[in-house]
Unconditional design. Structure first.
Length: 448
């Protein structure tokens, strides 16, 4: 009988425990990705204040949309006190509880700008910040459980919004300090929960387009080591500067791929955007809404190295700004109650159509197609624009229609009061929709 030394047995058992833990972590992360489209929609900023009446109005808008995410920015004085040099997550307690009451999951942005803040601080500072916030607000944390909350909490923690923006950072943040701070934040958060996620704050599209962004390059080893989770690209389409006509150069899929390649990110990371919109500059609101439908699906349908969906969430900027005060980005004409502009109506339309539905196919590269299913319904999305699909035209063949489907509803950007067209598809597995216009995005909904 062969005898194994106890040390060898212990090593095998320890390796098995580590392997099982890794699989559980991957499974937890993978299951977190699975969510219907409204749950992937969000808004910000929801700000920490003594008076939370404005935050409550904003959260009510998200709840009405069915949106599942919000961004909470936390200033340096709140996340790391200058008095005792300690993190104080309890400053966010009331807002976190309010978000839970409205069924909206926050992500936290630790803000830092050289215009207002001091030095970045080292690894230990950021590790302490990450651990303190994650221990208090992670799912199943003792604090949340003590407040009667189970199965809910903050899973994403980010830092350093738009580090290349010179008006906020007239003195550039040193890239080595930036990377070391992110690593500290990641290690602190992961010490509180291995399945929690950390990402850099959003990057401005322009700085990414000019070639290698030094901040993404500095963060690349952390992405490749599995410490950072997703890339946040801010996308503001503009008729002149960030065009959509006849080009996919500025699509979020294209830039996601380019940034990873230029920075040397080989890990199969995720994507999200905390700021996206179609800028209403030199175009009317209706045209901006027309393009916003294309832009929204562009953001929702980003795929990873193997063609799998990797978008965690999309936050249009800004759901809560009045168009009268924010001409380019405001998505509402009234906040209480929420009265959306045409772009806001497009967002509401997509949330309504895709409620309870998850992606089953994402083909943004070349085909410009997405398929979603859920609640007994199937939704096809087609980006019928030059360069967005390999076959722009006036008809689209909807394939693999479920046997139970009776009607196929066709929606355009302005189908706010009902479908543009409805077709009888009983007994049909394929149906070709005619009379489509090149230069817009269509949605086809099969219903039982």
């Amino acid at each position: 009988m062969t005898r194994f030394p106890l040390t060898a047995v212990w090593r095998v058992l320890r390796a098995l425990v580590v392997a099982v833990g890794a699989l559980l972590t991957v499974a937890a992360a993978s299951s977190a990705v699975r969510a219907d489209v409204p749950a992937r929609i969000g808004g910000g900023n929801i700000v920490v204040r003594r008076d939370l009446s404005e935050a409550e109005r904003q959260l009510a808008v998200l709840k009405a949309l069915g949106a599942g995410m919000c961004r909470i920015p936390v200033s340096e004085g709140a996340y790391f006190s200058p008095r005792d040099k300690q993190p104080h997550p309890e400053a966010c307690d009331d807002l976190i509880l309010l978000a839970h009451r409205y069924g909206v999951t926050p992500m936290i942005l630790f803000e830092f700008y050289t215009r207002w803040n001091g030095t970045v601080g080292g690894y230990e500072k950021w590790k302490a910040v990450g651990r303190a916030f994650a221990e208090r607000f992670r799912p199943e944390s003792p604090w949340l459980v003590s407040n009667g909350i189970r199965g809910w909490g903050v899973w994403l923690y980010t830092a350093f919004n738009e580090p290349t923006w010179q008006s906020n950072n007239p003195q550039p943040i040193p890239t080595d300090q930036y990377a070391r701070a992110l690593e500290g934040l990641a290690d602190g958060v992961h010490a509180a929960g291995a399945d929690l996620c950390v990402s850099p704050g959003g990057y401005i599209e322009g700085s990414l387009a000019r070639g290698k962004c030094p901040y993404v390059t500095a963060a690349a080893p952390l992405f490749n080591a599995g410490k950072l989770h997703s890339l946040d690209i801010h996308r503001y389409w503009d008729v002149t500067h960030i065009p959509w006509q006849g080009t996919r150069r500025w699509s979020l899929q294209s830039q996601f791929d380019d940034v990873k390649r230029q920075a040397g990110i080989t890990a199969d990371i995720h994507f999200h955007t905390t700021e996206m919109n179609v800028k209403r500059r030199e175009i009317p609101e209706d045209e901006a809404a027309h393009v916003f439908l294309t832009a929204l699906w562009d953001a929702l349908g980003v795929v990873g190295n193997h063609g799998q969906p990797v978008t965690r969430f999309v936050m249009p900027w800004n759901l809560f700004h009045l168009a009268a005060k924010d001409e380019h980005y405001g998505l509402c004409e009234g906040l209480d109650p929420w009265q959306p502009t045409a772009r806001g109506k497009v967002l509401r339309l997509v949330c309504g159509l895709a409620k309870g539905m998850e992606f089953t196919a994402c083909r943004p590269k070349g085909h410009g197609e997405f398929v979603l299913a859920g609640n007994g319904r199937t939704l096809w999305v087609w980006q019928n624009r030059e360069a967005w699909t390999d076959r722009p035209g006036h008809s689209y063949a909807v394939k693999d229609i479920p046997a139970a489907a009776q009607t196929l509803e066709v929606y355009r950007w302005n189908s706010w009061s009902g479908p543009w067209r409805t077709h009888d598809v009983r007994g049909k597995r394929t149906f070709t929709v005619e009379g489509l216009a090149v230069g817009e995005t269509y949605m086809f909904l099969a219903k039982p």
